[in-house]
Design a protein around this ligand. Sequence first.
Ligand SMILES: C[S@@+](CC[C@H](N)C(=O)[O-])C[C@H]1O[C@@H](n2cnc3c(N)ncnc32)[C@H](O)[C@@H]1O
Length: 216
Amino acid sequence: MGGCCEPEGYDTMFGAAFSRRLTRRYRRRGLDRTARRIVDVVAENGVEGASVLEVGGGVGAIQLELLRRGAARTTNLELVEAYEADAAALAREAGVADRVTRRRIDLARSPEAVEPHDVVVLHRVVCCYPDHQALLTAAAAHARRLLIFSHPPRNPFSRAAATGENLLFRLRGSPFRTYAHPPDAMMAAAGTSGLELAYHRRGLAWHIVGLASPTT
Ligand SMILES: C[S@@+](CC[C@H](N)C(=O)[O-])C[C@H]1O[C@@H](n2cnc3c(N)ncnc32)[C@H](O)[C@@H]1O
C-alpha cells in the first residue's frame, strides 16, 4: 500500500515526473482537446459564480480555465501529493490561488468528508480507479447541477490496450492497473442521485458524459 489514501501504485504512476509533464504541456499548449470540450460544456451550462469540484484534477488545469470563465471557486481532490508544487505555481501565475482549495482525499472512500459543489468534473480519472461505481455514485451525490466525466471507449481495441498496459505494469512489478469500465454501468452509477443525461460525445480516445440536474 502506498501513502495515506491511494490504492496501490498511484504514487509511482503519478509522481513528480508526470506532474512536470502535465505542467509543461499546459504552459506550452493549454488544455488537451477533451479537457477543452469539458470546459466548454460546463460553461454552456452556466459557470458564472459556480463552485467546482474536480476529482483527480492533477495540476488543476481545467480548474484554472473554469475560474477564468467565471467560476467562483474550485476544490481539487487528489490521491497523491506529487502535483502540489506545480499546481500552486500554476494557480499563482493565473492569479487565482485564493480561489483554489486542494485536498488529498479519495471521494469514493470518504464521501462524507467533502461538501457538495455546483459542478463535479472527472477527466481521465475513472479509468485509473478500480471501483467506478463507488467513485461515480459519490461524484453524482456531490453535484448540485452538473456532473461531467471522460472515459475511454470500451471496444475490442481499448480492452486489448488495457490488457497490454496491465501486463506491462505486472512485468515491471507495479500494482497499478488501468480499466475500460462498462459505459452502461458508469452511466447508471452517475445517474443514482437523479441527474439526467445532458451531453454525450463519443471521441476516438475519450468519451465525455455530462449529467445535469433536471431542476436547473
Ligand atoms: C491520468 S491522471 C489525470 C490527471 C488530470 N485529470 C489530467 O487529465 O491531466 C488520473 C488522476 O486521478 C487521480 N485519481 C484517481 N482516482 C481518484 C480518486 N478516487 N480520488 C481522487 N483522485 C483520484 C490519480 O491520483 C491521478 O492523479
